[in-house]
Unconditional design. Structure first.
Length: 267
């Protein structure tokens, strides 16, 4: 293997990569059409779980097809601007995104020609440049390529959208929808109940007797007498004033004599 950048080999591999990417897109599209028909049959027979698993594979294949379309355009761009690639010692801004994206995608797409182009680009711009592009360290890789070639599982809502589209295309009645999981439902705390007077229960039965016993032992007898409720007013007898004859002080001689003695002593 030559350790020098080979412009002729790079141009040939770019042309071969364009043809290979077009061929792979056609094959994957035909496979997905057949797989969609099988999924429609699963939905028609009520096998939703199996349909969800299989539709994830279709989603990944669609992502791969979209990524190949973008890579095909980048290969055509490098051919059209091959003078910049061949003459410039550093990567020109006009081809920077295309170069970084091809190096990033070569390890994630099973296309031999892209791997050979990647090797030539690394020889041209250096290993450090190649490592940054492989890890997207300089953030120059196309964001759609990063998303389409990611390893994350397809979103549940996207899965349902695919199933709905397949059901409509093959006239299958299906009304699936994404429901919140049981864990999410149980994670929501219950709202506290409103506090009202009716929520407080009054003590009854044994609780009342126990409270009375405690009061008898803890309260002083004198204080308990003061706290004893008075009988109702209606039960009290009114005091009758005396209406007898008024005593005649002047008519009583003993009393008069006593008064005279008392006045003489004072004098």
């Amino acid at each position: 293997m030559s350790l020098m950048f080979n412009p002729t080999k790079t141009k040939v591999q770019l042309k071969l990569a364009i043809n290979r990417l077009k061929l792979l897109q056609q094959k994957k599209t035909a496979f997905n059409q057949s797989a969609r028909k099988d999924i429609a049959q699963l939905l028609d027979t009520g096998k939703d779980d199996s349909a969800r698993v299989r539709v994830e594979h279709i989603i990944r294949e669609d992502f791969a097809i979209e990524a190949m379309e973008i890579l095909e355009l980048y290969c055509e761009m490098l051919l059209a601007r091959f003078g910049l690639l061949e003459m410039m010692r550093t990567c020109d801004a006009g081809i920077e995104e295309a170069v970084n994206t091809i190096i990033f995608a070569a390890a994630r797409v099973d296309v031999k020609e892209l791997s050979l182009i990647r090797d030539q680009l690394v020889l041209k711009f250096g290993k450090d440049f190649g490592m940054n592009a492989l890890e997207n360290g300089n953030d120059c890789v196309n964001s759609r390529i990063v998303h389409k070639l990611g390893i994350q599982a397809p979103d549940a809502i996207l899965v349902d959208q695919y199933l709905k589209a397949i059901a409509n295309a093959y006239n299958v009645k299906w009304d699936g929808m994404v429901l919140p999981s049981e864990e999410l439902l149980h994670a929501v705390p219950n709202a506290p109940a409103a506090v009202s007077q009716t929520n407080f229960a009054l003590p009854t039965g044994a609780a009342v007797e126990q409270a009375k016993g405690l009061e008898e032992h803890q309260i002083d007898p004198a204080l308990a007498a003061l706290l004893t409720p008075m009988p109702p007013i209606s039960s009290l007898q009114p005091i009758q004033p005396s209406i007898g004859p008024t005593p005649n002080v002047g008519g009583d001689s003993s009393v008069a004599n006593n008064l005279d003695d008392l006045s003489k002593r004072k004098v």
